[in-house]
Write a protein of this length. Structure first.
Length: 560
C-alpha cells in the first residue's frame, strides 16, 4: 500500500527513481568487483583515519555494508544508497523543476548510471558535494547556528571522501567574497578543521604520503600534449557519452539569478579549468571532476528553461537519451555477463573467482605474494579468503600495502610468489594455468621482504653530468612494530634509476639493512647514468630472490 501511495504522490518521477534504484542495485549484486573496489575492500579490513591513496570514507562505507552482506552487494550497498540520495538532493536544488527535462538530462549522463554502484571514493564525493551545495543554499538564506554546523559537517564529510572537495569550497568563496565578512562562515571553517583533524594527524604521523604521491610522485617528467586532449575528451564522455558536449554547453551558458547559482557556475568553470591546467604536470583522470555532477545538472536544467534559444536542443536530448540508455544497458549486461569472450575490454570484472581458486589450489594454504600490484592481492583475498600481499619494485608506485603490517606476519614462513611469465628475474618453481592465462610461481621458504622500510633522501631534485658521482644523505626508518628477523640473505640497501619504462641496472651498496637502521642516517654514493635524460632515482632494499623493493620517494635527476 505504501508503494502505491509513493507512486501516486508524484507518479512519473518516483517511478523513474525507483527504476534507477533497481537497475543500480541489480548491477551491484551481479557484477564482480573491479580492481580498485577490491583494494578499497581491503581498506575496510584495516579501518584507519587515512590511507596512502585516499581519506577513509570509502573504507567506512564498505565496512558497514560488508557487515550486512559478505559479497559484492555488501561492498557496494552503501554506494547504491548514496547514489540514489544524490538524485533526490539534486532534484531539490532545482527550483521550478521540469520533470521531463530532469529525466532527459539524467538519461544522457551515462557515467552516473553505470558508475553509481561502484565502491570507489567518487560516489560519496558526489553525494557529499550535492549535500554541501544544499546546505550552502540554506546558509545563504539564513545564517543560523544550525546551518553553520551543517555547512561545517558537509565540508568535512566531503573532504573525508576525497581531497578534491576542497576545490568546491575554494571556488564557492571566489564566487561570493562577502563570505569573508561573515563570522559564522569562519566558525564553519574552524569546525571543519576540527572534524578533519584526525585525518590530518594521520597524514602527519605517516609523513604526508597522500600529498607526496598526488602532488609530486604522479607528476610526469615532461609535458605531453596527449594529456590535455585526453582530459578534454574524457570530460565530454564523463558528462554523457553522446551528449556530454551539449550538457556542458548548457552549464556554461546558464543565466545566473542568485549567489547560489553563481557558486555552482564558478565551481564548474573553476574545477574544469584547474584540472585542465594540471595536465601540464601529468595525466589527469577523467573522473577527478565527478563532483560537478550536481552543479552541471542543475545549471543545464535551468539554462534550457530560461533561454528560448535553447528550446530546440530539447529535441536533440530526446533523440540522444534513448540511444544513451541502450548503450548503458549493453554495458550493464557486459558487466554481469561476458558475452564477448576473448575480447579484453575490462578483463578485471570477469572470471575472478576461478582465477583465485586456481592459485589457491596451488598455494596449498600458503599466503600468496604478488609483485607490483595492489589490485591483484586485493582481488585474491576477496575471492579466495586467504592472505595475500604486494611487494612493489622500483617499477611500481607505492600503495597502502607499504603501510600495513601484513608483511611481518609472513616473515620466516613459506609463501607462494605469483608472477606473470614475462617476469624473468625470479626463479620458477612451477606454473599454473588459469582462466586469465598462465602464472608462474616460486615457493619462498622462508620468506622475507622489507617494503615497510622507508628511505627519505635529503634532495628532491638535482642536475648532473653522465657518469658523475654524487653523495646522498638518506634517512632510514623502520615501519615495523618489532625488530627485523635474522634473515640469512643479509639484505642490503642500494639504489636504482628509471626513465619512463626504461631502467638502469640497480646497484647494491655494502651497507646492510641492519646497519642502516642502527645509524638511521647514511651517506650513499650514487653513480649517474651514462645517457642524458630525466630519471627517477629510488632507494631500495635487496633481499633474496625478490627484485629491489621501492622504499623511497623518487628523486628527479636530470642528466645533461
Amino acid at each position: 500500500m505504501s508503494i502505491i501511495h509513493f507512486l501516486k504522490k508524484n507518479q512519473y518521477k518516483n517511478l523513474f527513481l525507483l527504476t534507477w534504484l533497481l537497475l543500480v542495485l541489480g548491477q551491484a549484486c551481479f557484477t564482480e568487483l573491479m580492481d580498485d573496489e577490491a583494494y578499497y575492500w581491503v581498506y575496510s579490513q584495516h579501518l584507519d583515519w587515512g590511507y596512502f591513496d585516499h581519506p577513509p570514507m570509502v573504507a567506512l562505507l564498505i565496512k558497514l555494508g560488508y557487515s550486512l552482506f559478505h559479497n559484492e552487494l555488501g561492498v557496494r550497498i552503501g554506494m547504491v544508497i548514496l547514489n540514489f540520495l544524490t538524485l533526490i538532493i539534486t532534484d531539490k536544488l532545482i527550483p521550478g523543476r521540469d520533470n521531463r527535462l530532469f529525466y532527459l538530462l539524467l538519461c544522457v549522463m551515462g557515467a552516473m548510471q553505470i558508475g553509481g554502484m561502484l565502491a570507489v571514493p567518487d560516489v560519496p564525493l558526489i553525494f557529499f558535494a550535492a549535500l554541501y551545495f544544499l546546505v550552502y543554499r540554506s546558509f545563504l538564506e539564513q545564517q543560523s547556528w544550525k546551518n553553520t554546523l551543517l555547512l561545517a559537517s558537509s565540508m568535512a564529510l566531503m573532504f573525508y571522501s576525497k581531497y578534491h572537495g576542497i576545490l568546491l569550497v575554494g571556488f564557492t568563496v571566489i564566487s561570493n567574497l562577502n563570505l569573508l565578512r561573515v563570522f559564522k562562515f569562519y566558525v564553519a571553517c574552524v569546525v571543519t578543521a576540527i572534524l578533519f583533524f584526525p585525518h590530518l594527524y594521520w597524514q602527519y604521523a605517516h609523513g604526508f604520503p597522500s600529498l607526496q604521491y598526488h602532488l609530486v610522485e604522479r607528476n610526469a617528467p615532461a609535458y605531453d600534449f596527449s594529456y590535455t586532449t585526453e582530459y578534454i575528451l574524457g570530460q565530454l564522455l564523463l558528462f554523457g557519452p553522446l551528449a556530454g558536449w551539449l550538457v556542458l554547453y548548457y552549464a556554461f551558458v546558464c543565466p545566473i539569478q542568485s549567489a547560489f547559482e553563481r557558486a555552482l557556475k564558478i565551481s564548474v568553470i573553476g574545477v574544469l579549468a584547474f584540472f585542465l591546467l594540471s595536465t601540464i604536470k601529468g595525466r589527469v583522470e577523467a573522473n577527478w571532476t565527478v563532483m560537478l555532477f550536481t552543479p552541471v545538472l542543475v545549471l543545464a536544467h535551468q539554462a534550457i528553461r530560461r533561454k528560448r534559444s535553447l528550446k530546440w536542443s530539447v529535441k536533440v536530448l530526446q533523440y540522444l537519451a534513448p540511444i544513451t540508455v541502450m548503450v548503458v544497458l549493453i554495458v550493464r549486461i557486459y558487466l554481469v555477463w561476458d558475452f564477448l569472450p576473448g575480447v579484453e575490454i575490462r578483463p578485471e570484472i570477469h572470471n575472478n573467482k576461478p582465477w583465485a581458486a586456481a592459485l589457491k589450489e596451488k598455494a596449498g594454504g600458503k599466503p600468496v605474494v604478488f609483485l607490483n600490484s595492489y589490485q591483484l592481492p586485493s582481488k585474491y583475498m576477496f575471492y579466495s579468503g586467504d592472505v595475500s600481499y604486494s611487494v612493489n619494485s622500483r617499477y611500481s608506485r607505492r600503495s597502502q600495502y607499504n603501510y600495513w603490517h601484513t608483511e611481518e606476519q609472513l616473515w620466516g614462513k613459506p609463501v607462494m610468489i605469483a608472477f606473470e611469465p614475462s617476469n624473468k628475474d625470479i626463479p620458477v618453481t612451477d606454473s599454473v594455468r588459469t582462466v586469465k592465462g598462465q602464472w608462474n610461481y616460486y615457493i619462498a621458504d622462508p620468506y622475507y621482504s622489507y617494503s615497510l622500510i622507508s628511505m627519505t633522501p635529503g634532495l628532491k631534485e638535482m642536475k648532473a653530468r653522465p657518469g658523475d658521482r654524487a653523495y646522498f644523505v638518506v634517512n632510514v626508518r623502520s615501519g615495523y612494530s618489532k625488530p627485523l628477523p635474522a634473515d640469512t640473505s643479509n639484505p642490503v640497501i642500494g639504489y636504482a634509476f628509471t626513465r619512463k619504462k626504461d631502467a638502469v641496472p640497480a646497484v647494491k651498496t655494502d651497507i646492510t639493512l641492519t646497519r642502516a637502521l642502527e645509524r638511521k642516517i647514511v651517506t650513499m654514493e650514487v653513480i649517474m647514468p651514462d645517457k642524458p635524460g630525466t630519471y627517477q632515482l629510488k632507494f631500495c632494499v635487496f633481499a633474496g630472490v625478490l627484485p629491489p623493493t621501492h622504499n623511497s620517494q623518487g628523486v628527479k635527476v636530470i642528466v645533461e
